[in-house]
Design a protein around this ligand. Structure first.
Ligand SMILES: [Cu+2]
Length: 253
């Protein structure tokens, strides 16, 4: 379980489930881009295969959205790679938890596989329905603050759980989405801030799997609990089965 055994690389990989907004005013299909990238520095983009699962949870009900996925290209500042565009049908009021279970990705530099099981959240009409409930993934981060409504300068607390049990001592990489995918083109926006001089921003979960982070800036923040999942090998190699969660912070105005 202890993720600290494996040395982390200087930069943090993150699977994005990107939508331009999290609060959805009008009912309709919300476009989402799945990109495996380094969004803090607009760095290297990894090729994403067709995910094993892509679904939403609304009012406790799971809806498979894999059929909405189309392959696209995504261009970072260093390279271009395979990504996907899908859509989330948002009709009634409430929360829509977007979940991606990607296929394990082979990372040549570290000779390991990486699988980032990822959650992001949309909401319509401010009605909270699903955000606090576990999805029941092999590994996931449970938010203890409403994830689409974090005030800049306040804190976000999450709990890392694997098969429903807390994961103590998990290494959690924290990433600001400094550059964002453009929905109309394959490009990304220019990063609005630079990565930190000390490399990846990291927190460690406590004895009950909890971690907290003071959120200094409005926008999207990602948290990745590295190697916290129950599956540790794939194709005869080490697998880092990570739980990723995306939250959205807002300035008070
Ligand atoms: Cu990386």
């Amino acid at each position: 379980m202890a993720a600290l055994a494996a040395p982390a690389s200087a930069h943090a990989h993150f699977l994005l489930e990107y939508t331009t907004d999290t609060m959805i005013d009008r009912p309709g299909d919300v476009p989402v881009k799945l990109v495996f990238w380094h969004p803090f520095e607009n760095g290297h983009v990894m090729d994403l295969e067709m995910p094993e699962e892509f679904f939403m949870v609304h009012n406790g009900k799971r809806t498979d959205l894999r059929d909405t996925l189309e392959p696209i290209r995504f261009m970072g500042s260093q390279n271009e790679a395979a990504a996907f565009k899908g859509s989330v049908p948002v009709k009634r009021s409430g929360d829509y938890v977007i979940v991606t279970v990607p296929a394990p990705y082979y990372e040549e530099a570290e000779d390991i596989y990486i699988q980032q099981i990822t959650k992001a959240f949309l909401n319509r009409n401010q009605l909270p329905t699903d955000w606090a409930e576990p999805v029941g993934l092999p590994v996931e981060i449970l938010p203890l603050n409403k994830p689409y409504n974090i005030i800049t300068g306040s804190t976000f607390t999450g709990q890392v759980v694997a098969n429903g049990a807390p994961v103590p001592g998990a290494e959690i990489e924290i990433e600001y989405m400094a550059a964002e995918p453009d929905m109309q083109s394959s490009a990304a926006s220019d990063p609005v801030v630079s990565p930190m001089p000390g490399g990846a921003v990291v927190a460690i979960s406590d004895a009950n799997g909890y971690f907290s982070f003071g959120v200094p800036k409005a926008g999207y923040w990602g948290f990745a609990a590295l190697g916290a999942g129950p599956v540790t090998t794939h194709d005869g190699k080490e697998l880092s089965q990570d739980a990723v969660i995306w939250i959205r912070a807002w300035d008070m105005e």
